[in-house]
Design a protein around this ligand. Sequence first.
Ligand code: PEP
Ligand code: MN
Length: 448
Amino acid sequence: MSANVNPDAGARTWRDLPAAQQPEWPDREALHETVAELESYPPLVFAGECDQLRARLGAVAKGEAFLLQGGDCAEAFDQVSAEHIRNKLKTLLQMGAVLTYAGSVPVVKVGRIAGQYSKPRSKPTETRDGVTLPSYRGDSVNGFEFTPEARTPDPGRLKRMYHASASTLNLVRAFTTGGYADLRQVHAWNQDFVKRSPSGQRYEALAREIDQALKFMHACGTDPEELKTVEFFSSHEALLLDYESAMTRTDSRSGKLYDVSGHMVWIGERTRQLDGAHIEFASQVRNPIGVKLGPGTTPEEALTLIDKLDPDREPGRLTFITRMGAGTVRDRLPTLVEKVSASGAQVVWVCDPMHGNTFEAASGHKTRRFDDVLDEVKGFFEVHKSAGTHPGGIHVELTGDDVTECVGGGDEIFVGDLHQRYETACDPRLNRSQSLDLAFLVAEMYRD
Ligand code: PEP
Ligand code: MN
């Protein structure tokens, strides 16, 4: 599909504008060499796949499907292993099965995966015991360890990000198309989990019903191919514009630009300045684009974002990922939804119930309460219900591992438990059981 040529000039227009949250690379020459090398690499995803996702999201915008987007806050190079990737995928597939079956709605599945290596930070530096070093900005930039060596930005990491994304995506494609994601495996995704956990047991009951339905269909003489594989897409925050623009290619079919580092990319709350480089970059590529909207977002900002990113008002092109906080969603979201609807734009509305609900526990751990997460999703559904718009999906930070990073949920993790398995390199994630609990509760809200 895409010619392996240097990116079109259109991918570089962002360079004339201020770009927030970019690392201070100590060696610009090394950065330029890395960018030139990345420009010669093969695409990680195809333009046609990005178009497919845009069409699926178009169905979400029209109220005909639901988006499940989830994965780590920050992926890490040392977690690119079959086990970690499989566990994450398994969790997302289980959540997808719950939402599809219990919510009776087609679910578009998108991972925060295979590229989610770069983090915006609230402070550029971090001080510990009188020592000040650059903040950790994700494995694509520097190391997590608090030493001058690790924290110095190294452009060589951009190539490692590409290779880590490639091997992750390769395994994801193998899992989702090679039989593992076959709906007849719906029990197998739960096997290591069911006995220990209430949500695992609840899932098992639902899986039995799905099994029955499949057997019934089989007995009726139908065995649809669609149930044997899963359509799964990748996404990440398009934060490091040197990397994203180096990964932009002209699609030979249409002559249009695509960021081939992932199917969908989003612009974060800290980098969505209307006249900034990130929005300019996103406006130049044809991928489906997400934008995070925090509680301070004005309707005028939202409308300008639509004009810049979705001038043709194409359902599926633009997803607004709102992250207002449980306490504010019911106050702040209604006006945004009302003004955007009145403009005639058909955006996808997705709830990120994580980023407005983070707090620091007395132990110093950054955490979130499961009940706040749930309450924000509830508020999101309430607002859309009264506006007559579609609550299009959820965007969550989760892992397939049994971590103790968020408090609450069916397994009752308490603040005092957080130290037990607190493994995130950035924000606290729902563990597998909390993720499944959430899927069941969201399916109920969807059905009601
Ligand atoms: C994130 O998604 O990890 C993130 C930093 O979110 P936000 O831009 O909404 O703060
Ligand atoms: Mn995060």
